[in-house]
Design a protein around this ligand. Structure first.
Ligand code: AMP
Length: 267
């Protein structure tokens, strides 16, 4: 891979960064990028620097053939599948995600996870040079850090936030869902159900976040999942006491055996 920017002849380039094992969530991002850009580039790279040593880097699902086929069918113009050696050298430059907020929630048990995310996202932006980059709201904290990266470094890419895509029963699509047993999968429906319940309570003007959080926890705890966290934050990822209209995200992580599922709702 030459270390130079790719030059496109078209006006706009839409970019979707993925770790592969593509599913309906990724496809929606790609479709939106297709609608809004002349050219669409998808990357598949299971980024080692965002995994801790004991995590599932080696076991992360890979299906390059099926992924390529999906990209062809959906009309992706360029599929970028670099190797770790092409992306990283021995002496890397670190990108540090915002201090405290990268050590909470997703970062609590995964210190430096977001540093790795920002490192790869910045590299991919520099290689692909996109006009618009599409990210799922499913990874809300990641999205927060990516906005931060773009703002703080004055990057010229436009970040497009995409809605969470769910299976027909409400489970948020994820590459890791294949690891769930049928019992675990059934229990996992309590996550989205609890978010719907919370939304209804908020619509009834219950805006105390402690109450909402307890209601969510109660519903999930009836099932076999183990709650990692249920938190209610504003768009800046500060914890809040009262639901703020159009500025609140409820973020949830629940473990089912070794599989950890994320979900959230933007209010
Ligand atoms: P991943 O391959 O898991 O790194 O995800 C690549 C992109 O797809 C990220 O921007 C994710 O937020 C997004 N994504 C993953 N699952 C979903 C989903 N169910 N709905 C919407 N976006 C998703």
């Amino acid at each position: 891979m030459k270390k130079q920017m790719i030059k496109y002849q078209s006006d706009s380039v839409g970019f979707v960064a993925t770790m592969g094992a593509l599913h309906g969530g990724h496809i929606e991002l790609i479709k939106q990028a297709k609608k809004e850009n002349d050219i669409v580039v998808v990357s598949i790279f299971v980024n080692p620097t965002q995994f801790l040593e004991n995590e599932d880097l080696d076991k992360y699902p890979k299906n390059e053939l099926a992924d390529s086929e999906i990209c062809k069918v959906v009309g992706v113009d360029y599929l970028f599948i670099p190797s770790a050696n092409e992306i990283y050298t021995q002496d890397e430059i670190s990108i540090l995600a915002n201090s405290k907020k990268s050590y909470i929630f997703e970062g609590y048990n995964r210190p430096r996870h977001f540093d790795g995310v920002l490192q790869i996202v910045l590299k991919l932006f520099n290689i692909i040079n996109p006009t618009n980059a599409y990210f799922g709201k499913k990874d809300a904290q990641q999205l927060f850090f990516i906005h931060n990266l773009v703002n703080k470094l004055f990057l010229s890419v436009n970040i497009v936030e995409c809605e969470i895509v769910r299976d027909s029963d409400g489970l948020a699509k994820s590459s890791r869902n294949i690891y769930l047993s049928s019992k675990q999968r059934e229990s996992a429906l309590s996550i989205n159900a609890s978010l719907i319940h919370a939304t209804k309570l908020i619509q009834k003007n219950i805006t105390n976040t402690k109450t909402i959080k307890e209601e969510i926890e109660k519903q999930i705890e009836k099932q076999i999942g183990k709650i990692d966290y249920v938190e209610i934050v504003n768009r800046n990822f500060d914890l809040i006491d009262k639901i703020e209209y159009a500025n609140t995200i409820i973020v949830i992580a629940v473990r089912f055996g070794n599989t950890r599922l994320l979900d959230n709702v933007y209010l």
